[in-house]
Design a protein around this ligand. Structure first.
Ligand code: NAD
Length: 502
């Protein structure tokens, strides 16, 4: 492991990456990172505290003003991003394996994600010199008024464990393209690829201090980063509860924040849908990645005319899902990412039972010959939209299948949630698809597909699913501030200082 320092113990250690070099934690403490499939200790992670965060923000703050970074043209920044994309492409297999070992997601899926990560860097690398100000028509012909887009400064990026590199690059790429510097606090469960990302950024030629990583726990390193008064912005992906605290802190200091939070997304199957495809869409929506995705389609609404058929097809496919070690090529469902996550998901299944839902399929721990945090894909029936299992984010392979009769009814049920991240609709009726796209209160709506994503397509969580936009040109604007410059071309005397106007 290039990102680690050797120790007397056999377990490798992962240190912070600050100002272009690895740094041991000021506390001297490390904690173990565990493979959730085998329960083996993979490595020890530096336990970051205030002191480490301060050093990282110092470095990022200096780098923001240093001509080595501030003196680059937007085109030069774009070139660095494209070089980083090339290198991530080269190291893709190594990074995919680290992610799979860390969070238990399928190696196949992580390889696929790592193939798309360079696309984010190429996209924002290309955008770096295309985000521009504009000239504003003035009401006074002597005035030239134009806008400039400037970088913000030091961005604090805090990211979760479920797709570590993709979700981090979603912030890093537009932030760097716009000329900011970064301090990243990855999830305590998946630090390895994010430290590696900073190393690779150095190799690509980003100056020291532009990309810094402090590892550690949320309540320690994360909170210290959020509290650092020199941050110009916080960009966070994680749970709604943590996001709410971060939003309060940012509001108190009048700095911006982008928050990508939780979801409880509806996946709606109408009577005129291709039920085979819809069933696969339901499986993809909630059993892929063991349901540990913010966009999990965890409330399936099926029109009564196709309810039995859909339930049968989803259950049949669920029962043939191959559960096992995520690094094996034929595995379809890996473990949950850590023990507390497994316990949380199991407790929601118990809660569903106690609320009156039926566990139609799954609900148990399968025997896969490994000691890890495995759980069967689980289908709940007899659930209603007002039960807690249908209102709270479970973040596991659990979905409720609920019948409905009319379009108006399902639209009301789908929108009857605190969240608004994504929604799926399965129908062959174009007019209905358009009506649903308009009516659904969700930042992303998929028609006859699910879980599609691209760096070019902006996404935003509505309601408690977030604030601000990630991906697309719109995300670049989140990392810039707009300045309006007024130039008076008239050299004559000011006629009346008490009515000086444009
Ligand atoms: P989490 O909120 O527990 O942790 C996210 C990050 O915040 C981690 O790095 C953690 O260490 C840090 N953190 C925790 N407490 C903190 C604090 N007090 N101050 C500062 N940082 C703190 O979330 P998680 O369990 O890692 O991730 C799962 C959640 O992320 C789910 O709710 C999921 O829906 C959401 N998510 C959202 C998106 C999206 O794009 N909307 C994408 C992926 C995941």
């Amino acid at each position: 492991m290039t990102a680690t320092t050797a120790t007397a113990a056999t377990t490798p250690r992962l240190d912070h990456f600050i100002n272009g070099e690895h740094r041991t934690p000021a506390s001297g403490e490390y904690f173990a990172s565990t493979n959730p499939a085998t329960l083996e200790t993979l490595y020890e992670v530096a336990r970051g505290t205030d002191e480490d965060v301060t050093a990282a923000v110092d470095a990022a703050h200096r780098a923001f003003r240093d001509p080595a970074w501030a003196g680059l043209t937007a085109t030069q920044r774009g070139r660095l991003l494209r070089r980083l994309g090339d290198l991530i492409g080269e190291y893709g297999d190594e990074l995919a394996l680290y992610e799979s070992l860390d969070n238990g997601k399928l190696l196949r899926e992580m390889r696929g994600q790592l193939k798309s990560v360079p696309e984010y860097l190429y996209y924002y690398g290309g955008l770096a010199d295309k985000v521009q100000g504009s000239q504003i028509p003035a009401s006074n012909l002597d005035i030239i008024n134009f806008t400039m887009r400037e970088p913000l400064g030091v961005v604090g990026a805090i990211t979760p464990w479920n797709s570590p590199i993709t979700l981090t690059v979603s912030k890093l790429a537009p932030a760097l393209a716009a000329g900011n510097t970064l301090v990243i606090k990855p999830s305590e469960y998946t630090s390895r690829t994010i430290v590696r990302l900073a190393e690779i950024a150095s190799e690509a030629g980003f100056p020291d201090g532009v990309v810094n990583v402090v590892t550690g726990y949320g309540a320690e390193a994360g909170a210290a980063l959020v509290d650092d008064l020199r941050l110009a912005k916080i960009s966070f992906t994680g749970s709604t509860a943590t996001g709410a605290g971060i939003a309060r802190s940012a509001a108190g200091r009048f700095i911006g924040c982008t928050l990508e939070l939780g979801g409880k997304s509806p996946n709606i199957v109408f009577g005129d849908a291709d039920v085979d495809n819809a069933a696969m869409g339901v499986v993809a929506g909630v059993f892929a990645a063991a349901g540990q995705t913010c966009i999990a389609g965890s409330r399936v609404f099926a029109h009564r005319s196709v309810y039995d058929e859909l339930l049968e097809k989803v259950t049949r496919r669920a029962s043939t899902i191959r559960i096992g070690n995520p690094v094996d090529d034929d595995t379809e469902l890996g473990p949950l990412a850590f023990e507390a996550q497994l316990n949380k998901v199991k407790s929601y299944i118990d809660l569903g039972r106690s609320e009156g839902a039926t566990v139609h399929y799954g609900g148990d721990r399968p025997d896969v010959g490994l000691p890890g945090y495995f759980l069967q894909p689980t289908v709940l029936t007899d659930a209603t939209n007002d039960m807690r299992v249908c209102r709270e984010e479970i973040f596991g392979p659990v979905t409720a299948v609920i019948p409905f009769d009319t379009e108006e009814e399902v639209l009301r049920l789908a929108n009857d949630t605190e969240y608004g991240l994504a929604a799926g609709v399965w129908t062959s009726n174009l007019q209905r698809a358009m009506r649903m796209s308009r009516g659904l209160e969700a930042g992303t709506v998929w028609i006859n597909t699910y879980r599609a994503m691209s760096p070019m397509s902006p996404r935003q969580g509505f309601k408690k699913s977030g604030v601000g936009i990630e991906h697309g040109i719109e995300s670049m604007y989140e990392y810039t501030r707009l300045k309006s410059v007024w130039i008076n071309t008239d050299e004559g005397p000011v006629a009346d200082p008490f009515v000086m106007r444009g």
